[in-house]
Design a binder for this molecule. Sequence first.
Ligand SMILES: C[S@@+](CC[C@H](N)C(=O)[O-])C[C@H]1O[C@@H](n2cnc3c(N)ncnc32)[C@H](O)[C@@H]1O
Length: 199
Amino acid sequence: MTTSLVYRNGTVYGLVMRMLYGRHYAARFRAVDSEIPSGACVLDLCCGPATLYTRYLRDRDVDYRGLDLNEQFVAEVRHAGGRADVWDLHAGNPLPSADVVLMQASLYHFLPDPAPVLDRMLAAAREKVIVAEPIRNFASSDNRVLATLGRRYTDPGDGTRSHRFTEETLDALFAGYADRVREQTLIAGGREKLYVLTP
Ligand SMILES: C[S@@+](CC[C@H](N)C(=O)[O-])C[C@H]1O[C@@H](n2cnc3c(N)ncnc32)[C@H](O)[C@@H]1O
């Protein structure tokens, strides 16, 4: 398996994310952090290097566990004191249960059929599911640097190259869960859309 440069280690990944999100970088984590109640047991799917954990949740009364395909990211989370495991969400196994099951900037990896992973998140969550997903396609940006980074950022190194959501396609997916969606809002300067669902 060849991991793309962007996903090779947390430092490179963090720099790319900062370039893509600019001054809205911290806001994307703050928006998710503010949805997590104290005392919650949190399962963070496709956690990456777990910036949400190291910058926000580590110092809170939260029981955190991250899952990611990328061994390097999982090792970095553990090194930072967090609980994390290598886990391929394409495998379809039931997820460990948690009060809050979340996924940020990763649902596009499951296109063209993201519903099964969302269904497994709902089955695993006791209190809420949080999904925050990019709705601006950096890969088609006029800025060549951003466009190149955006394309690399869609390549997890598992042989797949994903498409991306727009706000319309993401809303269409969540329309199928309308009875469970209790909040939806744009975050990070409109770069991501956050949905909170009741399981
Ligand atoms: C854009 S990063 C998002 C990381 C983090 N959630 C964030 O918002 O900064 C996408 C993550 O999804 C992970 N990923 C991609 N496909 C996966 C799969 N099939 N199973 C588990 N993780 C996967 C990648 O390794 C990467 O860490």
